[in-house]
Design a protein around this ligand. Structure first.
Ligand SMILES: NC(=O)c1ccc[n+]([C@@H]2O[C@H](COP(=O)([O-])OP(=O)(O)OC[C@H]3O[C@@H](n4cnc5c(N)ncnc54)[C@H](O)[C@@H]3O)[C@@H](O)[C@H]2O)c1
Length: 434
């Protein structure tokens, strides 16, 4: 099938590349000239394991191309995926101006042939209705099209694998014609993986995405509530949560205490869902509690550092990990940024290392030193703060850490180390909920 992808970020580039891998003829559109230059040179603008190799393979096979020119892509494609960003507005509503802009461009490019317009960006329920109205308003009178919702569940860091081996494929359609086109689009993947396909109404599909992210964020905030309780009574949150998670009805994933969730999705998606509840005159207290616990997790961690180090002014603090989670270069809403900025306000001198996030961090952070490796960051530090659980950090030599640091104190925001082992090594150690 001929497929157009509008927006080549984490979602668009992965979706486009994987659909090409499945045999489709894919053209990706982006309006960021810098990004496009890289893509056309065969380079991925983002760090995502396996993506660049797959891009090269499919570009060479002639199934994957990149352009800034949207009109011919709309005219030539049977299926057009909208994958643009939907950032939060200041009040928490999702900002849908990029989606609206693309809808207008699609309207202008649409010809006499039937098109399926797929909303893959995460959007509030009833957005597809607005996309439909917009395209209808600005397109030629004989335009034939349907708008469907096909939410994306990939995780940064395993985006290619998640796309090629999905847990489920959700297709929200209100027309049989669009359903048949979408099933044809995903048929090679369904044949290969036997992934469950959920055909729903458009509105249900839109809600599935906000519901899934809210539930995952709930598990993290719940784990942080247990961590607070454990710290208050001297229990171990990891023991408590591990045993809770062994209940099949609950499951252990995302039941980990730490410095809270960040990234480009959870904070904005649950804020947008809260706004949906408010607009519908429904009670948003549940979401507010998740958000409050998340903020508290970060603040309590900062407070632990401030309490132990007392005066931070002039102190050299090493921060390991900048990205919101491992195996990505994405630092959007990463807890590390909030923590670093607060420690800098207190006068601390920060030296940091992250395997992939330092390039992006340069646009966000100032007055900071970037180290060449973890040990280089730790050298002469009066405290080590761990913000991201990269595997590389889990394997660090504790004796070497101790000998390099001015004073061996570790604040482990991701519980990657064992408190008992730290005590044996003579390192003062603060985990979360332990
Ligand atoms: N990142 C994730 O892990 C993830 C997972 C699932 C869903 N989502 C959702 O998918 C959507 C995209 O997320 P992302 O992380 O890929 O965003 P992103 O910011 O990485 O990428 C968006 C891309 O769209 C491009 N763009 C914006 N307006 C455009 C236009 N008019 N024409 C052409 N290109 C345009 C931007 O230049 C950018 O390259 C969001 O709604 C997000 O919530 C993200």
């Amino acid at each position: 099938m001929k497929i157009g992808i509008i927006g080549t970020g984490y979602v668009g580039l992965t979706t486009g590349t994987c659909l090409a891998e499945l045999g489709h003829d894919v053209t990706c559109v982006d309006n960021d000239p810098k990004k496009l230059e890289k893509l056309q040179a065969g380079k991925s603008p983002i760090f995502e394991p396996g993506l660049e190799e797959l891009m090269a393979k499919n570009s060479q096979a002639g199934r994957l191309t990149f352009t800034a020119d949207i009109k011919p892509v709309i005219a030539a494609s049977e299926v057009i995926f909208i994958c643009v960003n939907t950032p939060p507005k200041k009040d928490g509503h999702a900002d849908l101006k990029y989606v609206e802009h693309v809808a207008r461009e699609i309207a202008e490019g649409i010809n006499g042939e039937y098109k399926v317009i797929v909303d893959k960006s995460t959007v509030p329920v009833k957005t597809a209705e607005k996309v439909y109205e917009t395209i209808k308003r600005y397109s030629r009178p004989d335009a034939q099209f349907d708008v469907v919702s096909n939410p994306e569940f990939l995780k940064e860091g395993t985006a290619v694998q998640d796309t090629l081996e999905p847990d489920r494929i959700v297709i929200g359609v209100d027309s049989k014609r669009a359903e048949a086109v979408m099933l044809a689009c995903y048929q090679p993947l369904i044949d290969k993986t036997h992934a469950p396909v959920k055909i729903t109404s458009v509105k249900s599909a839109e809600l599935i995405k906000h519901g899934a992210n809210t539930f995952l964020a709930t598990k993290i905030s719940f784990a942080n509530l247990i961590a607070q309780t454990c710290e208050a009574v001297g229990a171990d949150a990891l023991e408590v949560l591990e045993a809770i998670g062994l209940d099949e009805r609950i499951g252990s994933q995302f039941l980990k205490p730490g410095i809270g969730f960040g990234g480009s999705c959870f904070p904005k998606d649950i804020a947008a869902y809260k706004k949906t509840l408010e607009v519908l005159d429904l009670n948003p207290d549940f979401i507010e509690a998740i958000e409050a616990l998340n903020e508290e997790a970060r603040n309590r961690f900062i407070h632990k550092i401030e309490k132990e180090l007392w005066v931070l002014d002039g102190k050299r603090i090493a921060v390991l990990g900048l990205t919101f989670k491992p195996n990505t270069d994405d630092i959007r809403n990463a807890p590390a940024l909030t923590i670093i900025k607060k420690l800098q306000l207190d006068g601390a001198k920060i030296i940091t290392y992250d395997p992939q996030g330092m390039g992006n961090a340069q646009q966000e952070l100032s007055d900071i030193e970037y180290a060449t490796d973890p040990y280089d960051a730790i050298k002469s530090a009066e405290a080590l703060v761990i913000c991201t659980e990269w595997d590389e950090f889990k394997k660090l030599d504790l004796d070497k850490i101790k000998s390099l640091m001015a004073t061996p104190i570790i604040f482990d925001g991701r519980n990657i180390f064992n408190p008992k082992q730290m005590a044996e090594k003579g390192i003062k150690y603060f985990g979360v909920g332990r």
